[in-house]
Design a protein around this ligand. Structure first.
Ligand code: ACO
Length: 359
């Protein structure tokens, strides 16, 4: 039996930070509300296109796996904020890496994109159509944010993470998964101005309005992720207590707490980094796993449960048996170009650019 072991991991967090205090300089909000309702303290704002974030994360994942670009058979770029539709963003990562042997595809399931990408890559390695893959979750929603809407503007940030997968005959990597979608409820997270539907309606592309029913999304997120977790545990005939670490999508600390309660998972068994980054959509769940490894929370052979949800409303859970290695084999010197602006200045630039486009 073939498996897809995860042997490399890397993240790329843009350096500019946007704090809750920064947000309260132009929105009617404050640190107390944001922290108490979401758990978020700050988030990152990217000064480069999302494919550049993804490229750096991939360089780091390759180095951690001890591989070079020529080893990569497949690149799957999970996101909903691609630089452009044609050509796809995976091909730009291939170009930047020099991974000339790789097939390239983009995949969009909103916040679950990195996790759905993990499923596709694992399946392609298991069937033998690829021997290795780079799986990306990356997002730069800051350019698509409605910065006048406090209901959503405080929730999101930018970032990227990537994993290197390779064929293995050891039972490791994704060993069970459950994917689904509450399509009937897709309209409760609907962003107008973000897609070709709006091109002929006189609306400026990128001038978004977020129709976002937070409390309703909240409920379905908890139900969807709990259901997905139960499904994967049943598939592998595992008890909840046999999970070593839950690494959930980080959209709201209260959603994570509600899920943990349903799963009977104690605080030390749940990885949380939402305070540092907010919700980075497709990058969130992959980046949380990278940081869990970096912080020594993942042991060789650990059983990891990875629930996620996103627009659509897509939901998922993956059960991973971690492989033998938890230390990177190498590091990469590749980095982002320096950023000479603060997060607040970058956001002010985006707001100004939108005003100009709308005139
Ligand atoms: N600052 C201050 N007050 C605010 C803010 C803000 N940033 N945003 C909303 N409020 C106000 C509202 O206007 C409302 O005021 P009112 O009572 O006078 O009408 C009040 O705060 C309460 O608003 P609620 O919506 O009831 O607050 P709630 O406790 O439900 O928290 C939140 C809102 C954080 C959005 C929560 O519902 C949530 O996290 N939902 C799911 C998160 C989510 O959808 N994330 C994205 C998922 S999809 C994906 O990951 C791509």
């Amino acid at each position: 039996m073939r498996y897809a072991d995860i042997t490399g991991w890397g993240k790329c967090t843009p350096p500019a930070t946007l704090t809750n205090a920064d947000l309260s300089t132009f929105l009617d909000t404050d640190d107390e509300w944001i922290v108490s309702r979401t758990g978020m303290k700050e988030r990152r704002i990217s000064h480069v296109p999302v494919s550049d974030l993804a490229h750096v994360a991939c360089e780091r994942a390759l180095a951690a796996a001890g591989k070079v670009a020529a080893d990569v058979d497949l690149i799957i770029f999970g996101s909903c904020s691609f630089d452009q539709m044609v050509p796809n963003s995976a091909s730009r990562v291939q170009q930047l890496l020099g991974a000339d042997n790789a097939a390239c595809m983009d995949l969009n399931t909103a916040c679950t994109s990195g996790r759905y990408a993990l499923s596709v890559a694992t399946a392609m390695i298991k069937t033998g159509s690829a021997n290795s893959a780079l799986v990306i979750g990356a997002e730069a929603t800051s350019v698509l944010m409605d910065w006048t809407d406090r209901d959503v503007a405080v929730l999101f940030g930018d970032g990227a993470a990537a994993f290197y997968l390779e064929a293995s005959d050891q039972k490791s990597g994704v060993v069970a998964e459950s994917l689904g979608c509450f399509g009937k409820n897709r309209d409760i997270l609907d962003v107008t101005g973000w897609g070709l539907k709006y091109a002929n309606q006189g609306q400026v592309l990128g001038a978004t309005k977020w129709n976002f029913n937070g409390p309703e999304i909240f409920k379905r997120a908890v139900v969807g992720m709990s259901r997905a977790c139960d499904n994967v545990l049943e598939k592998e005939d595992l008890g909840k207590e046999e999970i070593d670490l839950v690494v959930p999508h980080q959209a709201n600390l209260r959603i994570i707490d509600a899920l943990a309660k349903r799963m009977g998972a104690s605080e030390e068994k749940v990885f949380i980094n939402i305070q540092r980054y907010g919700n980075m959509s497709a990058a969130t769940a992959p980046l949380a796993l990278v940081e869990a490894i970096e912080e020594g929370r993942v042991a060789p052979g650990a059983k990891l449960l990875l629930p996620a949800f996103g627009g659509g409303l897509t939901w998922s859970a993956h059960l991973i048996t971690w492989g033998a290695r938890i230390k990177p084999l190498g590091t990469s010197a590749v980095d982002l170009p320096p950023c000479d602006k603060t997060g607040l200045e970058l956001v002010q630039d985006i707001i100004a650019a939108k005003k100009t486009a709308e005139v």
